[in-house]
Each structure stands twice: as C-alpha cells, then as structure tokens.
Design a protein around this ligand. Sequence first.
Ligand code: HEM
Length: 180
Amino acid sequence: MYGIVNKAIEDLVTENFGEEKWQEVKAKSGVDVDFFLSNEPYDDAITYQLATAASEVLGITVGEVLFVFGEYWILKTGKEKYGGLMQAGGENLKEFLVNLPMFHNRIMLMYPKLTPPEFKVSNINDNDIEIHYFSKREGLQDFVHGLLSGLGKMYETKVTISLIQTRETGSTHEIFKVAW
Ligand code: HEM
C-alpha cells in the first residue's frame, strides 16, 4: 500500500500515545524503514506488521486497531489532507455512500499504482443502505467498519453498522448494512 497509509498509522499512534510508543511499535514490527514516503508504494506486509505490532504494544486486538484506524483515516487523513475530495463525495452520508463505488477512481489519478478496494451498493432506502466490499486483500473488514463509522461522525449522523455477510464464513465478499 502507498506510504500514506503507513504514515497515517504512525500519526495515529504518535498523536494518541506519543512518539515513544510509536518507536516501540516500529521496533516490534521489524519494519526497517526510517520514514514513509506518501507517494511510494510499499509491500502490503509492512502495513499488516505495523497493525499487529500496534495491537501488541497497545494491548488491543488487531481488529480494534483497524477499526480505530478507519475512523482516523476519515476524520484526520481524509478531512485534513483531502478535505475537498471528501466534501465532493456527497452532501450527506447517504449521498457519500451512494457515490462510494466511484470514490477511488479519483484517488487513482493521484496514486496510479493503487490497488483499490471495490464497493457496490444495494437496497438503497431513506434510512439504510447495503455496502458490498470486495478486496484482493484479506483481513481488512474491521478497517471498513471503522471507515463507515468515521463517515457517520463526519456527517454528524448517528449510524448503526451491521456485518451481514463475510468471507470468514465462506461468502465471496463482505456486506455491511448501514442504518441512520
Ligand atoms: C480522500 C480519502 C481517501 C484516500 C486518499 C484514499 C486512499 C487510499 C489508499 C492510498 C489506499 C491504499 C491502497 C494501495 O496503496 O494500493 C486505500 C485503501 C483503501 N481504501 Fe481508500 N482512500 C480514501 C477514502 C476512502 C473511503 C471513504 C473508503 C471507504 C469508506 C476507503 C476504503 C479503503 C479500503 C477498504 C482500503 C483497503 C484496500 C483494500 O481493501 O484492498 N477509502 N485508500
């Protein structure tokens, strides 16, 4: 994944727990990179190693790390570094989610070597929607859960998110129902 993802994990840990904790996470991860260049692609293994090390150092599960990281990605990385792009995604939560399948097309213009997730939407109603998540990567469903929760917070909309199918039980992809 592009360095911006690893850099955001670094920022999340540093802002909330301090520089020392980040050094501990980095040492434990075995990742031998001095600093991450946002526009350079890195091996996916690095991102997984950082998330695993953060879970060990902070005493929370990898799933919890990914969830918190998802919220951080929307509320900090997205809002602060790509405010215009996030705003263009929609005027309210429903609009943003309906547009989500196209979202990474624009990101691809900035990051041409992106391996983006794929989203589809179904059962669009006034107060809920189903989000289908397809990815070549494993184990990121809690990240998506955190992203969806972060979007609810971004639009100051109280959301309920339920996972209605997952690859963990043999389905082809994850489906989240988001209700507001
Ligand atoms: C301005 C905001 C955003 C930027 C700049 C961005 C950029 C990126 C980048 C660079 C990656 C790493 C992929 C790679 O390097 O190959 C990524 C992955 C991902 N993004 Fe975004 N993204 C943004 C918003 C979102 C939103 C709103 C969602 C969904 C709600 C989302 C869902 C994901 C997921 C799930 C992945 C993990 C990749 C996978 O599942 O295979 N992103 N994004």
